[in-house]
Design a protein around this ligand. Structure first.
Ligand code: BG6
Length: 487
């Protein structure tokens, strides 16, 4: 077994009392435990600045599970809570790391020789100091791997700084960068759809595909993340990572196998082939007061308490400059306070080259493949069919869906939180669903160019009413190509 493929028997969570830990990490681990998917030896050591002891941390964890994990997935919880321990630490100074190392050592089964997985879900400003502290305390050895949660910087330079700091103590084979979209079942299913079926690959190119749309719409607004979001904006918060990963999975060449190197090699080629986008191929927006989920909601500026130029919506016409995708636009859009929560990919095929129904009033529409990622997990291929009848006034055609609803097709399968899969892969040491450094850097390069263009042009977000599909410019972006957004 290569040295990097050890199973971890201790998971060290930095930021253990934070939002991500309470909402996702602890509930995911508890659900895995309830399903018997964690080894008996696994111990989870939480650390954060809060002054807690083991019992206090276990209480906090229990409350988090009660709030964020459905009762039928919790199991008895007692066994899971017994795995937990806690060490208070101010990661900005080196002082507490020896005590932390002693706690981690203690947590391991006597005589066991497993490894340690470290999950950093703290402010990125703490990444550097944390790595130094871990090094000093001997927690960066061959059997330690490091997992990093976003945001990994705010541009190429700052992300390189973080990556350099981590690389000074861990080789790339032991660095696991999270993009939680890769943990979503339906996102992984894109690979199955494309590469486990012979039907799609021969038509998956510019000869047959006219354009692709990727939408990630949310109904939520700022959600109290004032400082972070106002510095980031939709482009860096959603496009740089999740949307570019979705684009890469749609556009990549077939990898030779489903393994970390093969899959990531192909994704990075796509990310590097993204054409630099001009400001005129992007639209930005910021929501104003309106309605969301049937309730009146304030505008972004009101939530923030001041005027701001941060975009809460962005639409982009992107191009992948390679043979396969020559001339095929990829329209991306994402926004907060949209009318519904939906993540989907639409593949729009071209018209048939010659219609035998011309002049019959048949109404021929080009085929479309709609891949629903969330909340609906379904795949719908729109096909043309003849409307039954004697056709005395000519043949009539209508679009009919060939639809698979994933939860129905796999009714027996457990639906899981994306982090369940990612945490399990982290513990096992499988990097396939984690983002490699060259991917992150190609993503930032593309995003930095867009931001530089915005700056050059003095581009400010247009306003849109909460509960709508973004500013009018987003409609114009596609309409000028004769394309409508799928709604
Ligand atoms: C996060 C963003 O990465 O993804 C959030 O920081 C966003 O702003 C979230 O709300 C969306 O994730 P999901 O899984 O709810 O689609």
């Amino acid at each position: 077994m290569p040295a990097t493929q050890f199973a971890a028997d201790r998971l060290l969570l930095f930021g253990a009392t934070g939002d991500l830990s309470r909402r996702k990490l602890l509930p995911s681990l508890c659900a895995l435990d309830a399903d018997g998917l964690l080894s008996d030896e696994l111990r989870i050591i939480g650390t954060a600045r809060s002054d807690l002891d083991d019992a206090g941390f276990r209480n906090m964890a229990r409350e988090a599970m009660e709030e964020f994990l459905p009762a039928d997935r919790r199991g008895s919880m007692a066994g899971f809570l017994n795995r937990l321990s806690y060490q208070t630490l101010d990661a900005s100074t080196l002082d507490g790391f020896d005590a932390l190392a002693a706690k981690v050592e203690d947590a391991g089964e006597k005589g066991a020789d497993g490894g340690i997985a470290i999950f950093l879900s703290t402010a990125p400003s703490l990444f550097g100091p944390t790595i130094k502290g871990l090094e000093k305390a001997g927690l960066t050895g061959d059997k330690v791997r490091m997992c990093l949660e976003k945001p990994l910087g705010s541009d190429l330079d700052s992300s390189a700084e973080i990556n350099d700091a981590v690389a000074s103590a861990f080789p790339e084979e032991r660095i696991f960068r999270i993009d939680h979209y890769l943990g979503k079942e339906t996102v992984q299913n894109l690979l199955a759809l494309r590469f486990a079926n012979i039907l799609f690959e021969p038509i998956w190119n510019s000869n047959v595909i006219e354009h692709v749309q990727i939408t990630v719409a949310e109904t939520v607004g700022l959600e109290g993340r004032v400082g972070f979001y106002n510095d980031a904006g939709a482009l860096r918060d959603m496009v740089q990572n999740h949307m570019l990963q979705l684009l890469a999975l749609v556009a990549m060449e077939p990898p030779t196998s489903f393994d970390a190197t093969a899959v990531r090699d192909e994704k990075v080629k796509v990310l590097r082939a993204l054409r630099q986008t001009s400001a005129s191929e992007t639209v930005t927006g910021q929501y104003r007061a309106g309605a969301s989920d049937g309730k009146a909601v304030p505008g972004y500026d009101e939530e923030l308490g001041e005027a701001s130029d941060t975009e809460t919506f962005v639409a982009i016409k992107a191009h992948v400059d390679n043979w396969r995708w020559k001339g095929v636009p990829f329209y991306l859009r994402t926004g907060k306070r949209m009318p519904e929560r939906v993540t989907e990919i639409l593949v729009q095929f071209r018209c048939v080259p010659h219609s035998i129904f011309e002049g019959t009033g048949a109404g021929l529409h080009p085929n479309r493949l709609l891949i629903g990622i969330q909340p609906e997990e379904d795949i719908t291929l729109s096909l043309m069919a003849k409307v039954p009848g004697l056709d005395e006034d000519g043949v009539r055609l209508r679009e009919v869906p060939l639809a698979i609803t994933m939860p129905d097709a796999f009714a027996e399968a457990q639906r899981r939180i994306a982090y369940e899969r990612l945490l399990l892969d982290l513990i096992k040491g499988d990097q396939t669903l984690f983002v490699r450094r060259d991917e992150v850097e190609a993503q930032w390069q593309w995003i930095d160019h867009i931001r530089a263009e915005w700056e050059k042009q003095g581009k400010k977000p247009q306003t849109y009413m909460a509960g709508t599909w973004g500013p009018s410019g987003a409609v114009a972006l596609t309409e000028r190509d004769g394309v409508s957004w799928h709604e």
